[in-house]
Each structure stands twice: as structure tokens, then as C-alpha cells.
Design a protein. Structure first.
Lengths: 153, 185
């Protein structure tokens, strides 16, 4: 087990990314509140964390849960995700327009897209963060990308 | 981004989750690291000490909830500024002694009572702490003082008058003693 570093190191190294992910997941105006919730929850649980090896993944998982909580509180529900054919995926250029479109996606797709492209998480970690199978994560991602393509075409 | 992080630090403190707040503070000798718990000042890092290592040590020995929160150290910084300007001869800051225990703690508490501009020797400190023969242990206690400057271990000299050592380096010890009028120049 690696030792827990001072919490400030998590802030210094990951705050920007957590904020970017949350902006994608809940939109610019609500991202700050979710950011507070994320870091307070992380700080609360931090001393009991047993494994310091993947602090970034741990933080992003919390951020994702806070984004989901936020959407639930707003009474939204994820749309059912349909089976889709495998499509080739390109890295979108992260611009304001893209993030607005990402913000308009249904929650699960939005989360999958932001975790993949804002955080560069592999499918397995996205699945862990979303609490679903890697295959379901892949589907959400592809569905999200497909919608984005249509929106931005 | 900075606003969001500042807001977070404020809220962490309000919710009782800010176990160790720290900041860097300027001094005539270079940057100091100041760290406080809710109980009081727990650590002062001198300019020649590695701040990152001190923070890792605090995370291990006090709590990993270590956050940069300068406002929590405003009063400590203010008093240190006055001290370096020669305008303050007694610190009035709550201290958290948890990094010291046993004989060393007794020595440090005795050191905390040495008045500005006066010196003692290691033998006197050992005696004050209840064991006049533990002179070497008293020296070790000074050397490991977690709250230098505020707990003025620079006022403790070797028995016989030689300066002895200092965690911040001998030139700093000399400069502090000059500032307090103990040494000429």
C-alpha cells in the first residue's frame, strides 16, 4: 500500500481535470457546485482510503457520481441506450461548441464521453465509474459520439 | 478555478475537515512553511528545509487532510513579520504540540518560556525538563523542534557559550540572536 500524499497534491494535479469533466457532464453553470461536492466528499473519505495508487481514477469516479446526483436532483433520468453498430471514433477538438453539445447529451452518454475524452480514461475505468459493464460503457460512448456527430454536422 | 479551490478550502474548514492548513510565508531568510491544525500552530519549516517533505511528514503524522489555506495562518504570519521587523518580543499564538512527546516535549515547553533577548544552555534546559543529566537529549529536542522561531530554540546555546547548532543553519541562528540584541553587530 502506498502512503496517502497530502490532499493538496490531489487538488494541484487533478482539480483542473475534475472541473473540465464536470463542465462537460453538468454544464458550466452547475459545474462549480459539483466541484465543491466532489472535493468535499473526497476529503471526507480520504483518510480511510486504503489504496493511493489510482487517486485520479478515484476522484473522477466521485466527480461522476456527483454529476449523476446532480441530474437526479433535477429529476432527469438517463435515456435507455439502444444497441448501435461499432463506429470509428475520432478525438473531437475540445471547443466550447462541443462541450455545449456534450452537455446536452443524456447523462450516461455525457458521462461516458467526458470520461473518455476529457479524462482520457480507458473503457474499463469508465465502466467502473459508471457502475456498468465495459461493453455497456462502450455502447454509451458510441451512442454519445453518434449523437454529437449529428448535432455538430 | 482559483475561486473554486478557495471556496473549497473555506468549506472544508467550516465542515471540520481541514485537519492541517498550511501556507508559505516570506521571511528575511527565505520562505517559511507554516502549518496549523484547528488547535494551533503545529509546524514551522525553515527556509533550508524541503517544504514538500514537511507536508508529506504532516500527512503521515497528523492527517492526510493537508490543504493550502493561507487565511488560516494570517495571524501567525502577521506576528512573524513583526518579529522579524524587531517590533514583537513575545508570540501570542495557540500551539499544537502533538508532534513532540515525553522528555522532548518538556524541553520544548521550557524553551517556549525563555524570554526574548535572553539565552540558556542545554544543561539548563535538561534541568528544567526534569533531568539535569540528559543534556544530549535536550540538544536533540532542540534540533527536532517542530515549531522553531515561535518556540525559540535559537536562544539555547551550548554549555560554555558556543552557539551550538541550528536546524535553519548557523548563520540564521546568529542573525536571530543579533536581531534580539544578544550578539553584537
Amino acid at each position: 500500500m502506498t502512503e496517502l500524499p497530502p490532499f493538496q497534491i490531489l487538488i494541484d494535479e487533478h482539480a483542473g481535470e475534475v472541473m473540465a469533466v464536470l463542465r462537460g457532464a453538468v454544464g458550466r453553470s452547475d459545474a462549480d457546485d459539483c466541484f465543491q461536492e466532489t472535493f468535499i466528499a473526497a476529503l471526507r473519505g480520504y483518510p480511510k482510503l486504503s489504496d493511493a495508487d489510482n487517486l485520479r481514477g478515484w476522484l473522477l469516479t466521485i466527480a461522476h457520481r456527483k454529476a449523476i446526483d446532480h441530474h437526479r436532483a433535477k429529476g432527469r433520468r438517463p435515456l435507455p441506450v439502444a444497441e448501435v453498430a461499432e463506429v470509428a471514433v475520432e478525438d473531437p477538438e475540445p471547443s466550447e461548441g462541443i462541450w455545449d453539445a456534450v452537455g446536452a447529451l443524456p447523462p450516461k452518454q455525457r458521462a461516458a464521453v467526458t470520461l473518455r475524452y476529457a479524462s482520457d480514461l480507458p473503457h474499463a475505468e469508465i465502466a467502473a465509474a459508471l457502475g456498468c459493464s465495459p461493453e455497456a460503457a462502450r455502447r454509451s460512448l458510441h451512442e454519445g459520439i453518434k449523437r454529437l456527430r449529428k448535432e455538430l454536422a | 478555478m482559483k475561486t473554486a479551490i478557495d471556496r473549497f478550502a473555506e468549506r472544508a474548514a467550516a465542515e471540520g475537515l481541514l485537519d492541517v492548513a498550511y501556507t508559505s510565508a516570506d521571511s528575511p531568510f527565505g520562505p517559511l512553511l507554516l502549518a496549523t491544525t484547528p488547535r494551533g500552530l503545529v509546524r514551522v519549516g525553515l527556509p533550508n528545509q524541503d517544504a514538500d517533505e514537511l507536508l508529506v511528514d504532516l500527512a503521515r503524522r497528523v492527517s492526510p487532510r493537508v490543504i493550502e489555506a493561507p487565511t488560516k495562518l494570517d495571524e501567525a504570519r502577521r506576528e512573524l513579520d513583526l518579529y522579524f521587523a524587531g517590533k514583537l518580543d513575545r508570540f501570542d499564538l495557540p500551539l499544537d504540540w502533538q508532534l513532540s512527546e515525553g522528555f522532548r516535549l518538556k524541553v520544548l515547553r521550557a524553551i517556549a518560556r525563555i524570554p526574548y533577548g535572553q539565552t540558556r544552555n542545554y544543561t539548563q534546559m535538561a534541568t528544567k525538563a526534569g533531568n539535569e543529566r540528559a543534556v544530549r537529549a535536550a540538544g536533540t529536542a532542540c534540533g527536532r523542534n517542530p515549531i522553531p522561531l515561535v518556540v525559540p530554540c535559537h536562544r539555547v546555546l551550548r554549555t560554555g557559550g558556543a552557539l551550538g547548532g541550528y536546524g535553519g543553519g548557523l548563520p540564521m541562528k546568529e542573525a536571530l540572536l543579533r536581531l534580539e540584541g544578544v550578539l553584537d553587530g
